[in-house]
Design a protein around this ligand. Structure first.
Ligand SMILES: Cc1cc2nc3c(=O)[nH]c(=O)nc-3n(C[C@H](O)[C@H](O)[C@H](O)COP(=O)(O)O)c2cc1C
Length: 179
């Protein structure tokens, strides 16, 4: 597969096979996240990956509820990664403060994308989840209260091929030399 094929292959997968994920595949995804770029090489992320069915179920239950109905597919996932975004190193903190940028969120997003692209290349499906009960997820995974969870990522072997999402045209999102 070439790079563009992998980029296109990565889609949000919301329907999973009832098939466990070999631990090595999850480690490979974490390894891809590990080598993502970050401001001042701060690497302000941690991935807590649940593949124990009991823990996955509890996390899935924390990703929907009366107000979050659209994440009802998550209990079908075979693993869920909780992605922690941390305070970056001091140089990145100073740079972020002076330039008014939250580098740790940009960095963590890139690590998540690396994780999901690697998953796609291995034949796994993922869906990034921004809606979940952070307090409950922290409790389930024993994550210290002062940590922030940027995202959950649900993971499993795809049970179908999600339809291709519409994207803005290249002309709309990219210009050369002038806005
Ligand atoms: C930060 C972030 C949060 C998201 N949260 C959710 C979510 O809570 N539930 C969900 O079903 N999809 C969620 N998504 C997936 C997006 O809906 C999806 O990426 C987008 O529609 C483009 O589709 P594609 O991923 O198939 O290319 C999230 C994606 C991102 C990047």
């Amino acid at each position: 597969m070439n790079h563009h094929e992998i980029f296109s292959l990565r889609r949000s997968v919301r329907n999973y096979l009832d098939k466990p994920i070999p631990r090595e595949m999850l480690v490979a995804c974490a390894e891809a996240a590990r080598i993502a770029p970050s401001a001042c090489n701060s690497q302000p992320w941690e991935f807590i990956i649940a593949d124990n069915p009991g823990i996955v179920k509890k996390l899935a239950d924390a990703s929907f509820g009366p107000l979050i109905k659209f994440n009802k597919f998550v209990p079908g996932a075979k693993a869920i990664a909780a992605v922690i975004t941390k305070r970056p190193n001091i140089i990145s903190q100073i740079g972020g403060f002076l330039k008014k940028r939250e580098f740790n969120l940009l960095d963590t997003g890139m690590a998540c994308e690396n994780f999901c692209l690697q998953a796609a290349a291995l034949g796994l499906g993922t869906c990034m989840l921004g809606w979940f009960d952070e307090k409950t997820v922290k409790k389930i995974l024993s994550i210290p209260p002062d940590r922030r969870i940027a995202l959950l990522i649900s993971i499993g072997f795809p049970a179908d091929t999600p339809s291709e999402k519409k994207r803005k045209s290249l002309e709309e999102m990219c210009r050369f030399n002038k806005y």
